[in-house]
Design a protein around this ligand. Structure first.
Ligand SMILES: Cc1cc2nc3c(=O)[nH]c(=O)nc-3n(C[C@H](O)[C@H](O)[C@H](O)COP(=O)(O)OP(=O)(O)OC[C@H]3O[C@@H](n4cnc5c(N)ncnc54)[C@H](O)[C@@H]3O)c2cc1C
Ligand code: FES
Length: 289
């Protein structure tokens, strides 16, 4: 079923068949779905609501980022992939799916990553926890490996760096895929089991000053990266993983405070599922303190 979602962007609500379900890292699964109609519209930074059909518990879908699109041997778009960390009910059930099983998916939802300004030649992606998931499709787009949403592939950045942090090596998922997509990957682990010993901000300190940062991960990490960028005057976008109920702009369960000159308070609420999930870090009231 195709539809225009209440967020007015084209999206579809379809049943999708599981093509593969593979353990990528500790508690981290890559789910490949056959849904060419949704995949054809999806762009890096957008997400989907995924639900297990025929169940009332859990009733609601859960949001997952576009990880990658899937092409068949002849280069025809046949579906998409999400990568998820098992944390609760739905992610637990998704990890038990087998090829041929069905899920419900609606999307793509939210905004894509913003346009990279022409002067920017080096894009620095910063991921923590499961925050790497929106960045594989984005790396492919930035390096010109693949086009999304019907666009032809076009190289956007001379260099794409991924600073990817986790507590330990076993939690880092998909490093090879990022390298294959053309990113220079710097893993950062708190126990030093691979890459740089330390946090993603230590990783940022260790390299050339970034020109343009896009970050995704747990809130404390986003705070630290936003502060790091602010102190060095580096533009920083953040992709939020705020819990969501509807994903469509109706319930207002996902709002964040965004700076607004139109309000006496100096800020207004925006919905992460419609106006986001990506925001300029400097515009987010709670991140710019
Ligand atoms: C735009 C967007 C994109 C996302 N992309 C991905 C992705 O690509 N891969 C991925 O693994 N996850 C992603 N998430 C987070 C994912 O939606 C949640 O992990 C998922 O909803 C958990 O569902 P559950 O039923 O397994 O857990 P539940 O049973 O609902 O909850 C289990 C525990 O996890 C906590 N929790 C639930 N949702 C979140 C959340 N959003 N943030 C922090 N804690 C939470 C709950 O408070 C509870 O403690 C994304 C979230 C958003 C908003
Ligand atoms: S999740 Fe319902 S408005 Fe965003």
């Amino acid at each position: 079923m195709s539809a225009t979602c209440p967020n007015t962007r084209p999206c579809a609500h379809v049943g999708a068949t599981v093509l593969a379900n593979e353990l990528l890292a500790e508690r981290t699964w890559r789910l490949r779905l056959s849904c060419p109609e949704v995949a054809a519209m999806a762009q890096p930074g957008q997400f989907f609501m995924v639900r297990l059909p025929g169940r009332t518990d859990p009733l609601l879908g859960r949001p997952f980022a576009l990880y990658d699109t899937v092409l068949d041997g002849a280069g025809k778009l046949i579906g998409l992939e999400i990568v998820h960390l098992v944390v609760g009910r739905v992610t637990g059930l998704l990890s038990g799916l087998n090829p041929g099983d069905q899920v419900e998916i609606w999307g793509p939802l939210g905004t894509r990553f913003p346009e990279v300004p022409e002067r920017v030649k080096r894009v620095t992606l910063v991921a923590g926890g499961i925050g790497q998931t929106p960045f594989l499709a984005y790396t492919r787009e930035l390096t010109g490996h693949r086009g999304f949403g019907g666009a032809a592939p076009r190289r956007v950045a001379d260099r794409v760096e991924l600073v990817y942090g986790a507590r330990r090596q076993e939690l880092l998922a998909g490093l090879d895929a990022f390298v294959e997509a053309g990113a220079q990957v710097l893993p950062c682990t708190e126990d030093g089991s691979i890459g740089l010993k330390g946090r993603v901000t230590d990783g940022l300190d260790s390299g050339e000053k970034p020109e343009w940062i896009v970050a995704c991960g747990p809130e404390p990490m986003l705070h630290a990266v936003a502060r790091w960028a602010r102190e060095r005057d580096v533009p920083c976008q953040v992709s939020l993983e705020t819990p969501m109920a509807c994903g469509l702009g109706i319930c207002f369960s996902c709002v964040v405070k965004v700076a607004s000159s139109e309000q006496a308070s100096g800020w207004d609420y925006q919905r992460v599922c419609v106006e986001g999930p990506t925001f300029d870090a400097a515009s987010l009231v709670d991140l710019s303190k």
